[in-house]
Design a protein. Structure first.
Length: 102
């Protein structure tokens, strides 16, 4: 397996007990996983990995994603259009400034 060029972490608000809680989960971040996976395939972005995470501790800015290796934190990601903008930025080698958590 070739190492991915990017890794997208999607906050799904899992706590140590394994229970999803928090803003990201309540706003449906778990539903983004399948959408992102399908978009990656449709776009031919086979070298991008996506994973769900426990709480990223930015609940006031959720739903949240982190893109590595750039270490860009995105918040307020609430729709497929928002995800599309972030994936567009990854493809273009840019940043989706409207969603950056600074």
């Amino acid at each position: 397996m070739e190492a991915p060029t990017h890794h997208i972490l999607v906050c799904c608000s899992f706590r140590a007990s394994g229970e999803p809680q928090g803003i990201c989960h309540k706003k449906g971040s778990g539903n983004f996983l399948a959408y992102i996976e399908n978009e990656l395939v449709d776009r031919g972005m086979e070298n991008v990995q996506v994973s769900s995470t426990g709480c990223l501790k930015v609940c006031d800015r959720g739903p949240a994603l982190v893109v590595y290796p750039e270490n860009i934190w995105y918040g307020g990601v609430e729709s497929e259009a928002d995800i599309d903008a972030i994936l567009d930025a990854i493809e273009d080698g840019s940043v989706a400034e409207d969603y950056v958590i600074s």
